[in-house]
Design a protein around this ligand. Structure first.
Ligand code: WTA
Length: 629
């Protein structure tokens, strides 16, 4: 399964395109199945459906844990590093992981959770977050992890959409020198979530919480009393493993569904090949388990490979901006995987935070979540990798489940700011706006994929039509990624950013429509339009144009209120960076907002707005240009 040379990559890639079924059949043979598949893949992108390893049965936790026990019971699966620098860490062996996951699984069973039930997980970065995910998978429950920075309203929306039965949360969460009271957020959210029958509350910060006996259950009263063996549920390859909500260009966040067999095969295959992880390496992905990166490359991929990983509770800048580098030094981390926004933010803090630490253990660096600009790439390469570590720029999405385009560390060539080549099994294609394939090299277009890979999105929870509409109708017979992309003269891919109304703020996906609807809920706001603009640290910032004709308060009060309403309805990560109060928006005669113009203004490119003659009222553009903030 492991590719070790460029030639092996080329051979594997060729086979994956010419004989995809044989290719994935051989990869899948590396796992423990209770029953093997009847057919490797069955698919149709026209009327979207896809099945991988049909007829097979398995349990992903058997592959993440039990399979390793005969030879790795005492090896470390996770090292947990606290938010606080001087607090003791925790090392969890594969045997301990087995026991904790089984106890948690039995605890869920005790509360009546059955195969197919949905369980919401709203936890900080503590080992119990991973135990909870795996406990669900152990008994066939479907986990829906919600990033613990989302507001009560966002959490409630996600619980309601898939009707979760249980929510696992904590009293609070440490974020550097701040404490967030998560239980309060949960209490507020579940007021509108009748499907929740119990909460399991883990003590993390010892916050005072409103505890409803009988309904709220302390983790510590329940889980440690449960048996440390739980037989894995036999799952069909296409049974649902988890739901993860993500923003799109329209409407509410979608519940992206991944299933057991294909997701397992693909995350394991990509983990070992992209990162070239070897026995005794120490891998650290700084993502949060609330995002897909945390699912695929903190929880599942590394465990499937029997790896040792770091789980870090805190933030990059606490107690100071050297924390990441200190942790790398402390544990002799070999593989470090983070987001460009973190690299840029830490670069801005100054090299004096890096130099005190020995980073010579590092072998591979990774980047994920947004395009990495050349300057950040060079800084990362020079100051962290000391020009000896390959950098894997991994392009993928919540919907793709695993990395689709990336170099393989030290095996295939890298090129700064390029994700480079597709992984075996991935067939990218660039199309123009009409859907015609753009052939040849040195070209640019909309990035689509023309053949399924094992961890492709199966559906959007409860609404398969939405899945078809969003991904499979823009360009018939293709999966449309929503990203723009260049292909250079040697076939390397460079992602240029979203071509739809999705913004990427510090690597977080946020839909313009979601932010607009939050802003519009303010009583003084009549209408708003939100666009992304280039931001030095965050990659993109949020610029909101707001119509509020009858305000009596001053603009700065309104601005503060808008920021607070967005934090409350979505999350502080979705707060606009700039708010401009305007009297009108540039609309076509048919009433459509011309975002292209707003984007240009937000970018500061005000003299290059193109044709504005089709606007209902071209004068409004002059006013907006003058009032730019
Ligand atoms: C962007 C995160 C450039 C892209 C794994 C994609 C990237 C969206 C890269 C998915 C990269 C992710 N280079 N852009 N290496 N990785 N993106 O679902 O726009 O949170 O469509 O998944 O992030 O974000 P998501």
């Amino acid at each position: 399964m492991r590719i070790r040379s460029f030639q092996e990559y080329e051979t594997a890639y060729k086979k994956s395109v010419e004989q995809p079924e044989n290719f994935w059949n051989d990869i899948a043979e590396n796992f423990t199945w209770y029953k093997k598949w009847d057919k490797v893949v069955d698919w149709d992108f026209k009327d979207y459906k896809v099945k991988w390893f049909e007829g097979a049965s398995l349990n992903i936790t058997e592959n993440c844990i039990d399979r390793h026990l005969p030879h790795k019971a005492n090896d470390i699966a996770f090292i947990w590093e606290s938010n606080f620098d001087n607090a003791p860490n925790r090392k969890i062996t594969y045997q301990q992981l087995h026991d904790e996951v089984c106890k948690t699984a039995n605890a869920l069973k005790k509360l009546g959770v059955k195969k197919g039930d949905r369980v919401c997980i709203y936890l900080p970065m503590v080992p119990q977050a991973v135990y909870s995910m795996l406990a669900c998978a152990r008994i066939g429950a479907i986990h829906s992890v919600v990033f613990a920075g989302f507001s009560a309203a966002s959490l409630a929306g996600r619980i309601q959409d898939c009707e979760c039965k249980i929510i696992i949360c904590s009293d609070g969460s440490y974020r550097g020198d701040k404490i967030l009271n998560l239980k309060n957020v949960v209490d507020e959210a579940i007021e509108t979530c009748p499907s929740i029958t119990n909460t399991i509350v883990l003590k993390v910060t010892n916050e005072l919480v409103d505890f409803k006996v009988g309904f709220d259950i302390w983790w510590n009263d329940l889980v440690p009393t449960c048996d440390n063996f739980c037989k894995p549920e036999i799952m069909d390859s296409e049974d649902e493993l988890f739901i993860l909500y993500t923003s799109g260009s329209t409407g509410k966040p979608k519940g992206v569904v991944h299933t057991c067999g294909g997701y397992m095969v693909y995350t394991a295959y990509t983990f070992v090949n992209v990162f070239q992880y070897d026995a005794n390496d120490i891998y650290w992905c700084t993502a949060d388990v609330g995002w897909i990166t945390g699912h695929s490359y903190i929880t599942y991929g590394p465990l499937l490979a029997g790896a040792t990983s770091i789980i870090y509770e805190g933030v990059p800048v606490f107690p100071d901006s050297g924390r990441f580098w200190k942790i790398i030094d402390k544990y002799k981390v070999t593989h470090f995987y983070t987001a460009p926004t973190a690299i840029r933010a830490l670069e801005a803090c100054g090299i004096e935070f890096v130099t005190p630490y020995h980073l010579s253990s590092l072998k591979v660096l990774g980047s994920v979540g947004e395009p990495i600009n050349i300057e950040a790439w060079q800084w990362y390469n020079k100051n962290i990798g000391k020009e000896k570590c390959p950098i894997v720029d991994t392009w993928w999405q919540t919907e793709t489940g695993g990395i689709l385009i990336s170099s393989l560390a030290g095996v295939t060539p890298q090129k700064p700011s390029y994700a480079t080549l597709p992984l075996p099994g991935v067939q990218p294609i660039l199309v123009d706006d009409k859907g015609n394939e753009i052939i040849g090299n040195n070209v640019e277009g909309n990035l689509c994929i023309k053949y399924p890979w094992p961890s492709i999105i199966r559906t959007t929870f409860g609404d398969h039509d939405r899945c078809k509409q969003t991904y499979f109708t823009t360009y018939p017979n293709l999966y449309f990624t929503g990203d723009g992309c260049k292909r250079d003269e040697t076939g390397n891919y460079r992602i240029t950013g979203r071509v739809d109304d999705v913004m990427n703020i510090s690597g977080h996906r946020i839909g313009t429509a979601e932010v607009e609807s939050a802003i519009n809920s303010h009583a003084d706001v009549v209408e708003s339009a939100v666009v992304g603009y280039p931001h030095d640290i965050k990659g993109q910032g949020i610029y909101a144009f707001v119509i509020a004709p009858s305000i009596t308060k001053n603009n700065s009060t309104l601005t503060t209120e808008i920021i607070s309403v967005v934090s409350k309805l979505i999350s502080p990560i979705a707060k606009p960076d700039k708010i401009q109060i305007v009297s009108g928006l540039p609309k076509t005669r048919s009433g459509k907002i011309m975002r292209r113009i707003l984007r240009k203004i937000a970018e500061g490119d005000v003299n290059n707005l193109g044709d504005i003659s089709t606007l209902l009222d071209p004068n409004v553009v002059e006013e907006i240009k003058k009032g730019r903030v």
